[in-house]
Design a protein around this ligand. Structure first.
Ligand SMILES: C[S@@+](CC[C@H](N)C(=O)[O-])C[C@H]1O[C@@H](n2cnc3c(N)ncnc32)[C@H](O)[C@@H]1O
Length: 498
């Protein structure tokens, strides 16, 4: 083997080890959830104990509330653990991840966290993509921060399994998800330690408090890490995202954000052919609900998502839900602020509100893991899509111009771009990370850039909405989202994209 090949092999191995480490960290964040939540309750209890007796007497219900919170945490943990058990890691989790911190730090910014896809169906698109496919059961059985079949009685989702290879060799910064303020954290490869030999961090308990058996090897406690609390916050954000996408309580947000998009797609594609359905891409698909709804409308729909936090959860809901309202979670327990009552804070939410496999999806529905820029820059993607739908997505860009350029390139001539969302640039105001690329344009500039890449505005409005907001909270942050339909002029690619 030549020294160049040798070096390439070494680089690939290191990248894979980093990917494994990154995925372990995300899995550990999920597993750290119960312990971190318990730590919060211990803090509430410490504060309660410090109260004068007279004040304690006034608040004598609080110890019971703390116990109830513990029970809610155990229910959330049970859901999380079942979700993790169903996850099939796209990487060999036993791969040696004994990389030095120097190597990790040096390379963390050169790679991407998410490689691959889940098993809803199959990615017919770019060569780099790996996917998740949900197939019609009757045919073939198949945060922003806190700001993701059919007819037969018991449809089954076929999980087409693939070995997932890293998608993003030499990709940009490693992003591991959005936090509750819509910010995306850059992976810090340090800051978590192995907790070898400690008992399972979490939820090997089932809902009755029994130890759960049949956990996969890669969930072995010896492979878990203590992660920084900021990682566990991402898990809490995912729980809120579940409400947005997969609970009846999220219906109002979905009606505000997804419904106008779906109505627009229906208007723009009135005569959808069942034999050759139009193809629609949803970059930054989150937990997959919008992509699923688009599929149910009669489109070949593909969600693209690069956060493993999101992909683990969307795969579980899309591929493993047996019935509607199968799970009960307590999404609002983690904040004592702005509650009208304890009952509001402790209220259960049933998920999913629908059975995804019975939603009447169109064949070809898939979730494609990876960075939008990396995956859809592939030459195979040029002119591949009839529609691109971005919902709360374009402001996740390091360079929004690049996103627009790619959207234009992958659309067919005459194809449409429907966008819905604010411009809360995720990489803006990243203190202490001065080298973080972030191009932050006004709405006017975004539209001007779109026009340069051959887009003509057909419709435009502003829609007030929230994002993963507790509908009963005394605080409701509101976005005034830009909602537009732009059409790619014929021959835009040759005029502008050379
Ligand atoms: C604010 S969330 C919106 C999710 C969903 N569209 C919704 O409306 O609920 C943005 C999503 O885009 C994903 N994302 C951010 N940058 C991405 C990229 N470069 N490629 C693919 N997905 C990305 C994030 O992980 C997150 O799930």
């Amino acid at each position: 083997m030549s020294s160049v090949e040798d070096e390439e092999l070494r680089r690939r191995k290191l990248e894979e080890a980093l990917e494994v480490k990154s995925l372990r960290r995300i899995i550990s964040a999920y597993l750290n959830y119960p312990e971190a939540a318990e730590e919060d309750i211990r803090r509430y209890e410490r504060c309660f104990r410090r109260l004068p007796l007279a004040h304690k007497a006034l608040l004598s219900h609080l110890p019971l509330k703390f116990q109830r919170l513990r029970w809610c945490i155990s229910q959330n943990s049970y859901f999380i653990f079942e979700m993790l058990k169903a996850f099939e890691p796209p990487l060999d989790m036993s791969a040696d991840v004994d990389i030095s911190e120097d190597q990790t730090m040096e390379n963390a910014s050169d790679r991407h966290c998410l490689s691959g896809e889940m098993n809803i169906g199959s990615c017919q698109s770019g060569s780099k993509t790996e996917e998740v496919h949900l197939e019609k059961a009757d045919e073939c059985c198949s945060g922003r921060g806190c700001n993701g079949a059919y007819g037969s009685p018991k449809p089954e989702i076929v999980t087409e399994e693939k070995k997932i290879e890293p998608l993003n060799k030499n990709a940009g910064n490693c992003l591991i998800g959005s936090d509750c303020n819509g910010e995306v954290e850059k992976a810090d490869a340090s800051g978590f330690q192995s907790v070898k030999n400690s008992p399972p961090l979490s939820s090997t308990l089932d809902c009755d408090g029994h130890v759960s058996s049949s956990s996969p090897d890669w969930l072995d406690p010896s492979l878990q890490f203590h992660v920084p609390l900021v990682d566990v916050d991402k898990v809490r954000c995912i729980i809120r995202n579940i409400v947005r996408d997969w609970a009846a309580e999220g219906q109002r947000e979905r009606d505000e954000c997804y419904k106008p998009i779906l109505e627009e797609l229906e208007r723009l594609f009135p005569n959808r052919s069942r034999e050759r359905p139009p193809a629609c891409l949803v970059p930054g698909a989150g937990l997959g609900r919008l992509a699923l709804e688009i599929s149910s409308l009669g489109f070949i729909s593909q969600g693209n998502e690069f956060s493993y936090y999101m992909m683990i959860c969307s795969s579980f809901i899309l591929n493993h839900s047996q019935v509607a309202e199968e799970w009960t979670i307590y999404p609002w327990i983690h904040s004592n602020c702005n509650s009208v009552s304890d009952e509001d804070q402790l209220r259960p939410v049933s998920i999913p509100d629908i059975h995804p496999a019975s939603a009447g999806i169109t064949e070809g529905f898939s979730m494609c893991g990876g960075d939008f820029v990396e995956v859809y820059n592939d030459p195979s993607q040029v002119g591949a899509w009839d529609a691109v739908v971005t919902c709360f997505f374009i402001d996740t860009a390091h360079n929004v111009v690049e996103y627009i350029e790619i959207i234009s390139r992958i659309l067919k001539d005459g194809g449409v771009w429907i966008n819905f969302g604010p411009l809360l640039y995720h990489f803006a105001d990243m203190y202490n990370q001065e080298d973080e690329m972030s191009i932050e344009l006004s709405l006017e500039d975004v539209k001007r850039v779109a026009s340069h890449y051959g887009f003509e505005i057909e419709k435009e409005s502003t829609v007030a909405t929230t994002y993963t907001t507790n509908p009963r909270s005394m605080m409701q942050n509101r976005y005034y989202a830009a909602f537009w339909t732009m059409r790619k002029k014929p021959h835009a690619a040759s005029e502008h994209l050379s």
